[in-house]
Ligand binder design. Structure first.
Ligand SMILES: Cc1cc2nc3c(=O)[nH]c(=O)nc-3n(C[C@H](O)[C@H](O)[C@H](O)COP(=O)(O)OP(=O)(O)OC[C@H]3O[C@@H](n4cnc5c(N)ncnc54)[C@H](O)[C@@H]3O)c2cc1C
Length: 465
């Protein structure tokens, strides 16, 4: 009989005092022995509630049983029946609210560390099997365009190429990966993993056109005229929001997107690059999601003496992954819960010198079940900071919909699709990922990419019958 109270196997991590100044990966992954020990904690529940908790229904008990039997490649193959990038999702999925939230072991003690095991199987596979030509169906010479190379676009391009389609992937940046490259920092998701995904696409024959802004350089009409029989729009939600408070236009105030893009995509952290970035001594990051955690932890690594995180609700309401909050605290980020900025102060020469905030209290739950935050009177306080980073959420970039009047969007600017097929209001054009849902998760974007590939293939097969 399994000991239901045994704790999960901990994963080795870099010492917080050392890692807070480096971009090397924080979590070091399980050894084989650790993975087998953790896999043996799985109860192999027949009804697999964990699988139901996974947005793409990974066959979790099956892959964990294979790890327990030391069939690590078999475990990787079982996961990739449902999605192709476990090295990414094992590192960034919010497992605590998905698969692990449903784990029966979690009732009496800690749930099985499903994400860590997924990462282990993926890393084992990558270490043992160098990139090699992936199997694919014979070429059918039907051209499909995929616009945007984040997790949705990468997945769609991969699946269509495996089915034999001639896929071209368009990306506005100079490199592929979307948020996986420009947003999520190296210390959480090493970029070698994204380069491997890119190499896989190339080995499948996908043409990659970077530095190409669809809607500017080439329109959807022109792509259709060039012979693309279907288009998948996976352009993400990269448009930052601001608070509209006084002083937001001062030097030293950034959107998290801009700050993270400079640090990650443009390598400001690497002395070999000349990317300009303010040298901050004291930083305030506003927000409570993964983006806020990444911005705060990057600011610390860029050399700030102190980094404050300002969030208007309490810790329990924070949308960030629990592990990121834990790591941020370990690294010395100072959390100010129930606090809301009202102004950025000016040092007299146009540069931020502080962030004035008020204290909040939580009231009744609103119609969405979320408790509303109310301002407490006479509660103003000012943090002395020279840099303010706004991480308040993002919305879809309006460029594509402005470039094509036939594309219907909702009032938030998200592209409207048929939920079953991801087909948009425009014939032959599909959309998925954050461009449709608004800012969401990597696994949901991958799921959308997979569904779009299936819908596109079905539609094109029907047309050629
Ligand atoms: C800093 C940060 C941290 C995050 N952390 C997590 C996490 O830990 N776990 C998690 O699950 N989710 C996380 N997320 C959310 C997750 O990354 C997104 O939900 C996911 O990347 C969405 O995928 P996507 O493919 O829809 O879009 P994106 O990843 O945004 O990719 C869209 C791509 O389209 C390109 N593009 C845009 N417009 C055009 C155009 N007109 N022409 C050509 N190319 C274009 C963009 O340059 C970009 O490369 C995080 C997000 C951010 C910003």
């Amino acid at each position: 009989m399994a000991d239901m109270t045994s704790p999960r196997t901990s994963m080795p991590e870099r010492d917080p005092r050392l890692r807070r100044r480096t971009f090397e990966e924080v979590s070091l992954g399980y050894t084989e022995e650790m993975a087998v020990a953790e896999a043996n904690r799985c109860l192999q529940c027949k009804h697999a509630p964990c699988t139901a908790g996974c947005p793409v229904n990974v066959r979790i008990p099956e892959f964990i049983a294979k790890i327990a039997a030391r069939d690590f490649e078999g475990a990787y193959q079982a996961i990739t029946q449902t999605h192709g990038a476990p090295a990414i999702t094992g590192r960034v999925c919010p497992q605590e609210t998905q698969c692990e939230a449903k784990c029966v072991r979690g009732i009496k003690s800690e749930p099985v560390a499903i994400g860590r095991l997924e990462r282990f199987a993926a890393d084992w596979h990558m270490a043992q099997k160098p990139a090699f030509a992936l199997p694919k169906l014979p070429a059918n010479y039907t051209h499909v365009a995929v616009v945007g190379s984040g997790p949705a676009g990468l997945t769609c391009a991969h699946d269509l190429a495996q089915l034999g389609y001639a896929v071209t992937l368009f990306e506005s940046f100079h490199t592929v990966g979307g948020v996986l490259v420009y947003g999520i920092p190296e210390f959480r998701l090493p970029k070698t993993i994204i380069r491997r995904a890119e190499a896989d696409l190339r080995s499948l024959g996908v043409q990659i056109k970077t530095n190409t802004v669809v809607g500017r350089v080439v329109t959807l009409d022109e792509l259709m005229e060039e012979g693309y029989r279907a288009i998948f729009l996976s352009t993400g939600a990269g448009l930052p929001k601001f608070m509209n408070i006084s002083g937001e236009g001062l030097a030293g105030v950034y959107s998290a997107n801009e700050y993270l893009t400079r640090v990650n995509l443009m390598h400001a952290w690497n002395p070999d690059y000349e990317t300009p970035l303010i040298k901050s001594r004291s930083v305030a990051v506003v927000g409570g999601g993964n983006v806020a955690m990444d911005a705060a932890r990057c600011a610390m690594r860029m050399g700030a003496d102190e980094v404050h995180l300002i969030y208007r609700r309490s810790e329990a309401e924070m949308p960030a992954r629990a592990e990121e909050v834990h790591h941020a605290k370990e690294e010395g980020i100072q959390f100010h819960f129930l606090s809301n900025p009202v102004a950025v102060t000016n040092n007299g020469s146009g540069h931020a010198s502080g962030l004035t905030c008020v204290k909040m209290e939580l009231g009744e739950a609103d119609s969405s079940g979320r408790r509303t935050a109310r301002t407490l009177e006479d509660s103003e306080f000012t943090l002395k900071v020279d840099t303010v980073i706004m991480a308040l959420g993002t919305s879809p970039n309006p460029l594509i919909r402005m470039a094509d009047p036939n594309l219907n969007v909702d009032r938030k600017g998200c592209i409207i699709v048929d939920e079953q097929t991801l087909h948009t209001s425009r014939e032959g054009v599909y959309a998925g990922g954050d461009a449709v849902t608004g800012a969401a998760t990597v696994i949901l974007a991958m799921g959308a990419g997979k569904l779009a590939a299936q819908s596109i293939a079905r539609a094109l097969e029907t047309q050629s019958d």
